[in-house]
Design a protein around this ligand. Structure first.
Ligand SMILES: [Zn+2]
Length: 318
C-alpha cells in the first residue's frame, strides 16, 4: 500500500492548522511592517560557507538593525525594513527569486510590503530572480540608466565586458530609473545609489544607515569590482569603449573612500560574510577598513588584467 496516500490528508490538515485565520471584520489592518523587529523569531542559521552553491538555500537572518540577509548561501540579497515599507536589494539567480520571497516570509514580513527593489548589476546571477520577486511583491525595480534596457530584455549587449558568455534571464516588466537625487525610498528606508560601473556598465552600489537602538552604522552594499570578460573584450581598448576604463578606476576610488562600517557584497564570499554573520562568525561584523580593502583588491586585479592584455598584444603572433 502506498503510505504517501495515507499521509497526505494528515499533512493537509496540519497545513490548514498553520494557516492564520482571517481577521474578524471591522478589525483595523495591520501596519505595513506587521511584526515589530523585537518580535521576529530568528531561527538558527544554515551553515553557509564560501564554498556554498549559488542556489543553496540559506536561513534568513538579521545582519544589523533593519538590515536582513534573505539571499542564498552563495549569492546575496538583502531586505531593508521600516514600518512604512521595505526594500529588497538584489534578485540573485533565477532559482533564488522564490527562495528570497520565502525568506522574507520566514522573518515575519509580508512580501507585499516591499515597495521597491534595487540591484547591484545586470547579470543573471544577481538579476535572475528580479522578475519573480516583482511578481510576488508588486514592487518596481529601480536601476541606473545603463542597466535599464538589459533588465527589460533579460539580456546584455556588447557594452558588457562579459557579453559573449552571459546567460539570459527573465525580463523585468516594471523597471524605473533611480530618481535624480540618487535615493530610492520606501517608508522610512532611504537607499543611496552610488554609480559603480566597471564590472558592468550599470553596476550600482548602495548605502544606508542601520540602527540597532543607539548603535547606528553605515551599511555599504558594494557591487562586484572584478575585471573579467569574454575573450573578445579588452579593458585597455579605449577606442572600443571610450571612457570605460577611466570610469572603472573612478569606481574603485569611490568605493575606497566611502564611509563604511558594514560591508556586504553580491557574492558573500568576496567580503567574507560567513565569517562575520551566522553560526560560524569569528570576525567582527563592523570593519571600517572593509571597503578600502575591497577596492584595493579590485584595483590590483584590474591592473593585473591590463598588464596581461598588454603582454598578449605585444606577444608575436604564432
Ligand atoms: Zn556579474
Amino acid at each position: 500500500m502506498n503510505t504517501r496516500r495515507l499521509l497526505l490528508p494528515a499533512v493537509l490538515l496540519w497545513l490548514a492548522a498553520c494557516t492564520p485565520a482571517a481577521p474578524p471584520t471591522g478589525m483595523a489592518h495591520a501596519p505595513a511592517a506587521a511584526p515589530a523587529a523585537e518580535t521576529v523569531v530568528e531561527p538558527p542559521a544554515e551553515r553557509c560557507s564560501d564554498r556554498s552553491g549559488w542556489n543553496d538555500p540559506a536561513t534568513p537572518l538579521r545582519i544589523h538593525g533593519n538590515t536582513w540577509y534573505v539571499g542564498t548561501c552563495g549569492i546575496s540579497a538583502l531586505l531593508v525594513t521600516s514600518p512604512g515599507g521595505h526594500v529588497v536589494v538584489d534578485g540573485a539567480t533565477p532559482k533564488a527569486g522564490g527562495l528570497i520571497v520565502d525568506s522574507i516570509r520566514k522573518l515575519g514580513f509580508d512580501p507585499r510590503d516591499v515597495k521597491a527593489i534595487v540591484l547591484s548589476h545586470e547579470h543573471f546571477d544577481h538579476a535572475g530572480g528580479l522578475a519573480a520577486l516583482q511578481e510576488a511583491t508588486g514592487a518596481p525595480v529601480f536601476a541606473l540608466a545603463p542597466a535599464i534596457a538589459t533588465l527589460r530584455r533579460g539580456a546584455s549587449d556588447r557594452s558588457d565586458p562579459q557579453f559573449l558568455v552571459l546567460d539570459p534571464f527573465a525580463a523585468v516588466a516594471d523597471v524605473r530609473r533611480v530618481p535624480d537625487d540618487g535615493v530610492v525610498r520606501a517608508g522610512e528606508v532611504e537607499l543611496h545609489a552610488i554609480p559603480t560601473p566597471g564590472h558592468t556598465p550599470g553596476g550600482t552600489s548602495w548605502t544606508w544607515r542601520s540602527c540597532e537602538g543607539q548603535d547606528c552604522r553605515q551599511v555599504v552594499y558594494a557591487d562586484s569590482l572584478t575585471a573579467i570578460s569574454d575573450d573578445d573584450y579588452r579593458y585597455g581598448d579605449d577606442a572600443a569603449h571610450p571612457g570605460y576604463l577611466a570610469a572603472f578606476r573612478d569606481t574603485l576610488a569611490r568605493i575606497a573612500a566611502l564611509p563604511c562600517d558594514i560591508l556586504v557584497t553580491p557574492h558573500p564570499s568576496a567580503s567574507g560574510l560567513w565569517g562575520r554573520i551566522g553560526p560560524d562568525a569569528h570576525r567582527p561584523l563592523v570593519d571600517a577598513g572593509a571597503c578600502l580593502a575591497y577596492a584595493q583588491t579590485g584595483a590590483e586585479r584590474l591592473e593585473k588584467r591590463l598588464a596581461d592584455e598588454a603582454a598578449r598584444a605585444a606577444a608575436p603572433t604564432p
